[in-house]
Design a protein around this ligand. Structure first.
Ligand code: UDP
Ligand code: MG
Length: 161
C-alpha cells in the first residue's frame, strides 16, 4: 500500500561547511523522494529550541542548540512512500560509528556531535519540524516527480490498483 509521508530533512552547518549540500540532496532525489520545499537559512535560538525541545536537560543540549546555529543549514521537505523512515535509513544511526556503511553519516561524519544531517523521526515530529522552518505557501507539491509519473503510468495501464 502506498504510504505517502512528508519529512523534514536538513543539511546541518557542518554539512554545509563541508560542501555536501548537493551530495545530500542528490542522494534523496535519486532515491525517489520528491523535494517539495528547499531553503538555506540561519536557525534562530527560538527555532533551535523548538526543534530540539525533546533533548532539553540532556548534557549535550546546549552544545546542540549552539551547533545548529553555528552556520546556515539547508532545510528541505521530502515527500514519498514511507519518507520518514526511509530518509533516516539513508542517513544512518546518530553516531557515525554505529551507522551502516553507505549511509550519509557513515560515509561523511566522524562523530555524533557533527553528523551532517537531520531527519524527522515520526509523523508528529515531521509535521512539527516542517512548521518550524516552512510557511505553508513555501511548500510546492503541485508537480509530479518521476516516481509519481511511474505510478500514474502503471495505473493507466491497470498494472496496479
Ligand atoms: N547529539 C549529540 N550528542 C549525543 C546525542 C546527540 O551531540 O550524545 C546531537 C546529534 O547532532 C544528533 C542530535 O543531537 O543528531 C539529535 O539527537 P537524536 O538522538 O535525536 O539523534 P538523531 O535523531 O539526529 O539521529
Ligand atoms: Mg532525533
Amino acid at each position: 500500500m502506498f504510504d505517502l509521508e512528508r519529512t523534514f530533512v536538513a543539511v546541518k552547518p557542518d554539512g554545509v561547511k563541508r560542501g555536501l549540500i548537493g551530495e545530500v540532496i542528490r542522494r534523496f532525489e535519486e532515491k525517489g523522494y520528491k523535494v517539495i520545499g528547499l531553503k538555506m537559512l540561519k536557525v534562530t535560538r527560538e527555532q533551535a529550541q523548538a526543534h530540539y525541545g525533546e533533548h532539553e536537560g540532556k548534557p549535550f543540549y546546549e552544545r546542540l542548540v549552539k551547533y545548529i546555529q553555528s552556520g546556515p543549514i539547508v532545510g528541505m521537505v521530502l515527500e514519498g512512500h514511507q519518507a520518514i523512515a526511509g530518509a533516516r535509513h539513508m542517513m544512518g544511526k546518530t553516531d557515525p560509528l554505529d551507522a551502516d556503511m553507505g549511509t550519509i553519516r557513515a560515509d561523511y561524519a566522524l562523530v555524533k556531535e557533527y553528523n551532517i544531517v537531520h531527519g524527522s523521526d515520526s509523523v508528529e515530529s515531521a509535521e512539527r519540524e516542517i512548521n518550524i522552518y516552512f510557511r505553508p505557501e513555501e511548500i510546492c507539491d503541485n508537480w509530479s516527480n518521476m516516481a509519481e509519473l511511474v505510478i500514474e503510468c502503471l495505473r493507466a495501464n491497470e498494472q496496479i490498483i
